[in-house]
Design a protein around this ligand. Structure first.
Ligand code: SF4
Ligand code: SF4
Length: 462
């Protein structure tokens, strides 16, 4: 029996009935129906995988984006039929494992996303597979550890523990053990933990008058993020300095837990929901009180801007929070367009190699960080818009580390070839990976600084 997936309807019906190549309407995205029992039906998933894989096989536009598409096309090309029906269903997992849910194929490449009748949502298809696996078998200890950013951060930043944890992370013998026992790649640079957490050390805001503009509210709530709170609090302090310099009153979100992106990446949707239930009421109250909510890590911004409303369409708070969420540079540009941000700089930055991470690209806000950096006199920005390969927790896993460095290689090279004074990325872990890639390729050591830090330097606030 031939269990080949049906060809897309229009193709089977002949070219005259074929839908147009791309959408003429704006793309939309359907909510993820993850509580429907069919979502977890293996046969239904494989049928949908076969349908979408077949469309991708005929299209192949995404071949250079990540490892998922080359893996799929290699499987097809080496199969007996050279079609998707020749690929063993078990091998579909090889494709799923190469997807780190960056959303770039959906948001920037695919002409067949809804409302196109072919309804291709490749990342959500991959997420469905990860969710099935996460529900049907125990989550490995390594993934539990990597996705428990809050619990691990709290433990690792306890005085004395923090020094021991940071020291251990640099010891080859410990890293070898972590690789063999936990599956965390021994060569991946891991961020050290901070001795003082961001949330415990924020300078309180002065009570400047609230000056709202038509584009952006005049007061800010900071969702600090696990990474900034536990690993690089300096980025959060730089955001605070910039808000103070612009005389924007701010608060730190009274209680926050992880945004849920790490759990989403491994398909742990129940885990995402548990975190959402704690964050969403607090953030919704701030949004309703007229705050702009800023997060200094693009993945966390994206989680609230896009993923939450798609995962929890029944939650009335989700769109309210999504509307109040800003990338910090999106916020600064809006303030500037509202005539409420001064642009008198004290220091030039010289040559900056700036990387736009995937989770910034897919926010559909344009290149706001580049725009702000280009306000600074005597500063030349080399913008690199390509995946750096780290992708949340994916790039530190033993089995993916080499692939991840390969994906990032063109970025490392283009950042370094510019002979910059600074390398920078909105995503701090991508910035760390770029630094590692440049060093690994024998490039000279260049100062790495987050764009918020660069802006502080330019304003003379460092
Ligand atoms: S979401 Fe990202 S990683 Fe996944 S298939 Fe698309 S481009 Fe590749
Ligand atoms: S996701 Fe869309 S653009 Fe990418 S290969 Fe598949 S059909 Fe083509």
């Amino acid at each position: 029996m031939n269990d080949a997936p049906p060809r897309p309807v229009a193709e089977a019906a002949g070219n005259s009935a074929r839908p147009p190549e791309g959408n003429l309407q704006a793309p939309t995205r359907h909510a993820l129906d993850w509580r429907n029992p069919e979502f977890y039906d293996e046969g239904a998933l494989q049928k949908e995988q076969a349908r979408i894989f077949d469309i991708c096989h005929g299209c192949r536009r995404c071949v250079s984006l990540c490892g998922a598409f080359p893996t799929l096309f290699d499987l097809v090309d080496s199969s007996s039929t050279m079609e998707v029906d020749g690929v063993a269903k078990d091998d579909y997992w090889k494709v799923v494992d190469q997807c780190y849910l960056c959303d770039v194929c959906y948001m920037t490449k695919c002409p067949y996303v809804p409302p196109h009748p072919w309804n291709v949502d490749f990342p959500h298809l991959m997420l469905r597979a990860k969710a099935q696996r996460s529900r049907d078998r125990p989550v490995p200890a390594r993934d539990r550890l990597l996705t428990s950013t809050d619990a691990v951060g709290k433990l690792a930043t306890i005085p004395v523990v923090v020094q021991a944890a940071n020291r251990a992370n640099t010891l080859p013998v410990v890293r070898k053990a972590m690789q063999s026992v936990l599956g965390i790649a021994e060569d991946a640079w891991l961020p050290p933990y901070a001795t003082t957490r961001f949330r415990a050390s924020v300078t309180p805001s002065l009570q400047w008058p609230v000056r709202s503009g038509p584009r952006a509210p005049g007061k800010v709530a900071i969702f600090s993020t696990c990474y900034v709170n536990y690993n690089e609090p300096g980025i959060g302090h730089d955001l605070v300095k910039l808000l103070a310099h612009a005389q924007v009153p701010y608060v730190v979100v009274a209680s926050e837990v992880c945004c849920g992106m790490p759990k989403l990446e491994v398909g742990d949707l129940a885990g995402v929901e548990a975190l959402k239930l704690r964050n969403m009421p607090v953030l919704a109250a701030l949004a309703r009180a007229g705050y702009a909510i800023l997060t200094p890590v693009p993945s966390c911004t994206l989680m609230f801007k896009q993923e939450m409303p798609l995962l929890f369409p029944e939650d009335d708070d989700a769109p309210i929070v999504a509307d109040a969420m800003f990338d910090p540079f999106e916020y600064f540009v809006m303030r500037e367009r509202d005539g409420l941000l001064q642009k008198t700089f004290k220091r030039a930055l010289g040559k900056v190699s700036y990387h736009i991470p995937c989770h910034s690209r897919v926010q559909n806000i344009g290149q706001k960080t580049r725009e702000v950096l280009e306000w600074i006199p005597d500063t030349t920005v080399n913008t690199v818009e390509r995946c750096a390969g780290h992708d949340g927790t994916w790039g530190v896993k033993r089995e993916f580390f080499a692939d991840s460095m390969k994906i990032g290689k063109p970025v490392f090279q283009r950042m370094n070839d510019f002979e910059p004074d600074y390398i920078s990325s909105d995503c701090p872990i991508a910035g760390r990976r770029i630094e590692q890639g440049i060093v690994a390729a024998g490039g000279r050591k260049v100062r790495k600084a987050h764009p918020l830090t660069l802006l502080c330097i330019a304003y003379g606030l460092d």
